[in-house]
Design a protein around this ligand. Structure first.
Ligand code: DGP
Length: 113
């Protein structure tokens, strides 16, 4: 299987603006920011999307979400932020490697588009 673009970023085979990494997850700035702060946090493990996560991924997904909150704090999103997980075609997913968007730096609207 070919590596996903996010696996290649995690492996530092292609450059990205990293803001956090540990043995399980990597966080980096989105190439096409939709807010003043737009960071993606991804597992190193190439889970395609949340619908394909398994019970074996329980701790990893929990770790990723807790680290998303830490990253948001680290980059100064003190007024709040939005975490977004797109799943599948109707969810707007474009990269088949599970990722959580951290969006902030402006008020978010509801409902989302
Ligand atoms: P989604 O639509 O939820 O699958 O979001 C994928 C995001 O990934 C999208 O906001 C743009 C971002 N993206 C795609 N390719 C790259 C890349 O090569 N580098 C970075 N930093 N972000 C990327």
């Amino acid at each position: 299987m070919n590596k996903t673009i996010f696996e290649r970023i995690a492996a530092k085979e292609i450059p990205a603006n990293l803001v956090y990494e540990d043995e399980h997850v990597v966080a980096f700035r989105d190439l096409h920011p939709q807010a003043p702060t737009h960071i993606l946090i991804v597992p190193r493990k190439p889970i395609p999307r949340i619908a394909e996560a398994t019970p074996a991924d329980h701790a990893l997904i929990g770790h990723l979400l807790l680290k998303a909150a830490e990253v948001a704090k680290q980059v100064g999103l003190t007024n709040g932020y939005r975490l977004v997980i797109n799943n599948g075609r109707d969810g707007g997913e474009s990269v088949p490697h599970f990722h959580c968007h951290i969006l902030g730096g402006r008020p978010m609207t509801w409902p989302p588009g």
